[in-house]
Design a protein around this ligand. Structure first.
Ligand code: DGT
Ligand code: CA
Ligand code: CA
Ligand code: ZN
Length: 576
């Protein structure tokens, strides 16, 4: 009997093993477990199903999982336990996944805090930090204590919302499953997910059905449901093991558009629409648009917007930030489309902290119909990633040329870098080297806490370098983990305009940096944008979608984004 252990749980155990091994100071192995954890987390099938169908061999066949880790997963699936994990955990019995949520608190610090102060949980950590005990520890100090307190504050504010990138794949799975039921006539994912907000409070699903009972019964008995909070004929609500709450509502076919509009939101957008209807003497609610008792629109959203005298508004724009006015005047931008990108411009390979080789990325990019990719490994200051220096990057160029020759003209592999911006705004590679690259990206990875003016000056100095093309993850935020560094974004955008530097929309689900508000400022200022994935492994190449969603939330059009252009035109847009 194979135990039903979820991918999420498996992935968490593997990740924790990696972290325990890191505490012990064991080389290489932690990285293998980390990679395996990530691989399992990104599977679209269940590990238990994979194992059931193909045994140990099938587990070994998962990219990123070697023979010995496959055996561990097998033990877990057969016995429901993992002895190796239990033994490691006995030595440092802490709530590792909880403590790891504090930005900057790595496995080694966690071990030390346990050994010195007996800290096992977030609550213990907070108590010790508030009592000033951490500041007194060797290798910690007042600064670390302050950072821990900041991290604790952040965690409190951030709980309860999940990243779009964590929710969307699960939402689509539910949509597919429910959509296959014969009783379901139509299905739609609504709410903040449909607006592609960067974090999701709960998932709202709508269904049109004449026989809702079997649909609801199926919904509440899905395997990942851990709690049923409502189970009715028109509304059910469940909690999934990922922590995601899902509401399912059954609506009548003639109200589908009105219901979809209502439950897509945002609430502020709805309120403004309803006021417009009222001003005409009509009534708008989730059942339709009504003149007296007569429904005049509501079967589709298009019909609803038309009846209210405006153009259709894409869900990503429905935040009541001017879109309704623009729709009335027929002045909405035509947003960049989900299929409009021709290449990816930020990829880390196994030359530094990426998991895959240049060739493997190239093949994967061809499969995804990209026309070009830029290889952008880290530079030497980021020593823990094995960052490249002037000599080593030239060796990489030779490999790129070799792979290019092998794969032919289907895909152009551009030579790039994610060059570190040093504390004073100078760069981590010499100009001679930078000038020979196709795509120079620059990024801040250190000194996050400089005063606003100094940080702004630092970044502006970097993008003024004539060799620099793109500023990567411009504000450095990690959603739910770390605030953006203190920056004058208006000044950065102005400098980008003056120098022709491109600003990145980093599609990594926990970055989505720039955020929508800044994207709109760039669009208004005529600063060009790049959307790329910041891939550290091949599955990350699929994150482009999140970057495009963010661009659409920032009202960006195809022409605002450099990598919608064919190669030649794209290269011409860069500074050099
Ligand atoms: P979330 O779940 O926090 O990420 O954000 P939403 O936008 O999905 O919000 P949610 O789930 O509370 O409600 C789904 C939609 O239902 C929301 O976008 C608009 C609509 N809605 C909810 N409450 C109200 C309300 O009081 N008035 C109006 N007009 N619409 C509402
Ligand atoms: Ca919601
Ligand atoms: Ca909801
Ligand atoms: Zn990296």
């Amino acid at each position: 009997m194979v135990k039903r252990i979820s991918n999420q749980e498996t992935s968490r155990l593997l990740a924790e093993i990696g972290e325990y091994l890191e505490m012990e100071g064991i080389p290489f192995k932690p990285r293998a477990y980390e990679k395996a954890a990530q691989a399992v987390g990104e599977l679209d099938k269940g590990v238990s199903e994979i194992y059931e169908a193909g045994g140990l061999k099938a587990l070994e066949g998962i990219p990123g999982i070697g023979a010995s880790i496959a055996k561990k997963i097998e033990e877990l699936l057969q016995t429901g336990r993992l002895k190796y994990y239990d033994e490691l955990k006995k030595k440092v019995p802490v709530d590792l996944s909880g403590l790891r949520k504090i930005e900057g608190l790595g496995p080694k610090s966690i071990k030390k805090l346990y050994e010195e102060l007996g800290i096992k949980t977030i609550a213990d950590l907070e108590k010790a930090a508030r009592a000033g005990k951490i500041a007194k520890l060797e290798h910690f100090g007042a600064k670390s204590e302050e950072n821990i307190l900041k991290g604790l504050d952040f965690l409190k504010k951030a709980t309860g919302r999940l990243l779009l990138g964590a929710v969307l794949p699960k939402a689509r799975l539910i949509e597919k499953r429910l959509g296959e039921l014969k009783e379901v006539e139509r299905i739609a994912l609504a709410g903040s997910l449909r607006r592609r907000k960067e974090t999701i409070g709960d998932l709202d699903v709508l269904v049109v059905s004449k026989k809702p009972k079997p649909v609801m019964d199926f919904f509440v008995s899905m395997p990942e449901v851990v709690h049923i909070s409502a189970h009715g004929e028109t509304k059910s609500a469940v909690k999934l093991e990922s922590g995601l709450d899902v509401d399912l509502r059954v609506v009548p076919a003639e109200s589908y558009g009105a219901a979809l509009n209502y439950f897509t939101g945002s609430k502020d957008h709805n309120v403004t629409l309803r006021e417009m209807a009222m001003a005409k003497g009509w009534k708008l609610n989730e059942y339709g648009l009504f003149k007296g008792n007569k429904q005049i629109a509501g079967k589709t959203e298009e019909e609803l917007y038309a009846a209210l005298g405006m153009d259709y508004i894409e869900p990503e724009m429905r935040e009541n930030t001017g879109e309704i006015k623009a729709a009335k005047k027929h002045k909405l931008p035509k947003l960049i489309g989900y299929g409009d990108l021709l290449g990816d411009l930020q990829i880390q390979t196994d030359w530094t902290d990426g998991a895959d080789s240049i060739e493997a990325y190239a093949q994967a990019a061809i499969q995804r119909r990209h026309k070009y990719i830029a290889i952008t490994d880290h530079t030497k200051r980021l020593a823990m990633t094995g960052g490249l220096d002037e000599k080593k990057i030239r060796k990489q160029w030779a490999e790129i040329d070799q792979v290019q020759k092998k794969i032919g003209p289907k895909l152009k592999i551009l030579k790039g870098t994610e060059c570190d911006i040093l504390k004073d705004g100078s760069l981590d590679l010499d100009d001679e080297t930078l000038s020979q690259l196709d795509v120079v990206g620059v990024a801040v990875h250190s000194h996050f806490d400089l005063p606003r003016e100094e940080q702004t000056r630092r970044i502006i100095r970097a993008i003024k370098n004539p060799n620099v093309d793109i500023l990567f993850h411009p504000t450095g935020r990690l959603i739910g983990k770390r605030e953006a560094y203190d920056l004058d974004m208006d000044a950065i955008i102005k400098a980008a305009k003056e120098t022709g530097a491109v600003l990145e929309i980093d599609a990594m689900p926990d970055r989505l940096d720039l955020k929508d508000e800044y994207i709109r400022k760039c669009v208004a200022a005529g600063v060009k944008l790049a959307i790329d994935t910041d891939a550290h492994s091949i599955p990350h190449l699929d994150f482009l979608e999140y970057g495009i969603a963010q661009a659409r939330r920032g009202w960006a059009q195809k022409s605002d984004v450099v990598n919608t252009r064919p190669l030649e035109a794209f290269l011409k847009l860069l500074k050099k």
